[in-house]
Ligand binder design. Structure first.
Ligand SMILES: *Cc1c(COP(=O)(O)O)cnc(C)c1O
Length: 428
């Protein structure tokens, strides 16, 4: 645990309050935030920081985005929640908008990432029994080691992280795990009977921004097609412009707005899972998209969510996706990502505190030259915080850098300077 004696009494009081009354299921960096705007957040003492986490890529559009917050406020004052027992005048517009935006027949609206992943698993299984003809309760879903898909009991059951699943059993059956980015292992897993689908992150964000080889997604897509299994992409973190394309499965797509003209590298999922930036971070909104042949296996009463598809979520998501196009965030993430990695390479070459940088678009990570059990990455993040930049270690010695996609080149270079200065000052 970090020492808190350098913190203001104001900051300490807030930390102690959470510590005293909140469950200890997180270990936050010792900073207490009270305001956000664009790429900046401010703490309770008025100190300003660059946000280089963006709430795990939920705030791609930047904090307090005027059009997104306006949509939230207006709809909250008009009609917040009807439940799906009745129709409302926002949901249909949103469903049309989001399906056309991503190019699928149907959407099933949900609230959080984990809820959307659960929905995708249920959808895949039901499709397997009713369309593929797998015998009841025999369906298998292939997943990858190092995955992060959320925190429900089913999802953590196929996590390979002991923190995530130890003592949360018994685990449900029906999942097989293969190494990430291993096409031969996938081929072998797929050759088993009863495989219903392959659930995968196009880049493993939580695991430490592991980017698979260029062709993995496309080959996985092809293997699913050959074996009549569903290719399920969890783009909760990688999607919606974060990696320099609308979706990370779009590969090196260079289309100007969104993926209307699919490039040859596009590994189109059968089921697409979105969350986080779908609302720009102002409200929990997630979604599962699929075509009719899959989505229509779910009939009334077979799945649901009280808040899923509520009027506020519908309005907020349209505003959040519109901002992606209007502000050309795909192009900005792609361009600034290249600059960021180049600058990090330069710093890495000069300092042996850092080993390497990896990532795509503005989802990047730097590996710190120490054991994953050391607190070096944590202390480096505390030092970055002192110098005005907020980032968080993931899996011990890896630091993820993921600013809001609205960041300008000038701001990004200022951040590179903060990182460089911090690295120079830092002693292990
Ligand atoms: C964050 C995340 C989730 C879970 O989302 P929650 O909203 O926290 O439930 C699922 N999958 C991926 C890839 C994520 O990054």
């Amino acid at each position: 645990m970090q020492s808190t004696n350098l913190l203001s009494t104001n900051t300490q009081a807030y930390i102690e309050l959470e510590d005293r009354y909140g469950a200890h299921n997180y270990h936050p960096l010792p900073v207490v935030l009270e305001k956000g705007e664009g790429v900046y957040v401010w703490d309770v003492d008025g100190k300003k920081y660059f946000d280089f986490l963006s709430a795990y890529s939920a705030v791609n559009q930047g904090h307090a985005h005027p059009k997104i917050t306006q949509a939230l406020i207006e709809q909250a004052q008009t009609l917040a929640l009807t439940s799906r027992a009745f129709y409302n005048n926002c949901l249909g517009d949103y469903e049309k908008f989001v399906t056309q935006y991503f190019g699928f027949d149907k959407v099933l609206p949900t609230n959080t990432g984990a809820e959307a992943v659960e929905t995708a698993i249920k959808l895949c299984r039901k499709w397997a029994y009713e369309k593929k003809g797998i015998a009841e309760n025999q369906a298998l879903i292939v997943v990858c080691e190092g995955n992060f898909h959320g925190r429900t009991t089913t999802i953590v059951s196929f996590s390979s992280d002991p923190d995530s699943n130890k003592n949360f059993g018994p685990y449900p059956a029906g999942f097989i795990s293969i190494p990430y980015d291993d096409i031969d292992a996938l081929k072998e897993a797929m050759s088993q009977p009863n495989v219903a689908g392959f659930l995968v992150e196009p880049i493993q964000g939580e695991a430490g921004v592991y980017t698979p080889s260029e062709d993995f997604m496309r080959q996985a897509r092809a293997l699913c097609t050959q074996n009549n299994a569903l290719f399920i992409a969890d783009e909760v973190q990688t999607g919606i412009a974060r990696t320099g394309s609308l979706l990370a499965v779009c590969g090196n797509c260079t289309c100007q707005t969104k993926c209307e003209r699919q490039p040859a590298t596009y590994a189109r999922p059968d089921i697409l899972i979105l969350g986080k930036a779908l609302s720009g971070g102002v409200y929990p909104v997630s979604a599962v998209l699929a075509d009719d042949a899959i989505m229509m296996v779910i009939k009334p009463g077979q799945h649901g969510s009280t808040f899923g598809g509520n009027p506020i979520a519908a309005k907020v998501a349209i505003a959040a996706l519109t901002a992606i196009d209007d502000e050309k965030l795909i192009q900005n993430a792609r361009k600034l990502g290249e600059i960021f990695r180049k600058e990090m390479q330069r710093i890495i070459a000069q300092h042996d505190l850092l080993i390497k940088v990896r990532g795509k678009g503005l989802l990047n990570a730097v590996v710190v030259n120490d054991s994953p059990d050391s607190d070096t990455a944590w202390r480096l993040c505390v030092a970055l915080k002192e110098n005005g930049l907020l980032a968080k270690p993931t899996h011990g010695n890896i630091i993820r850098f993921a600013p809001p996609l609205i960041i300008t080149e000038k701001q990004l270079l200022e951040c590179v300077q903060i990182i460089e200065t911090t690295v120079q000052q830092f002693t292990k």
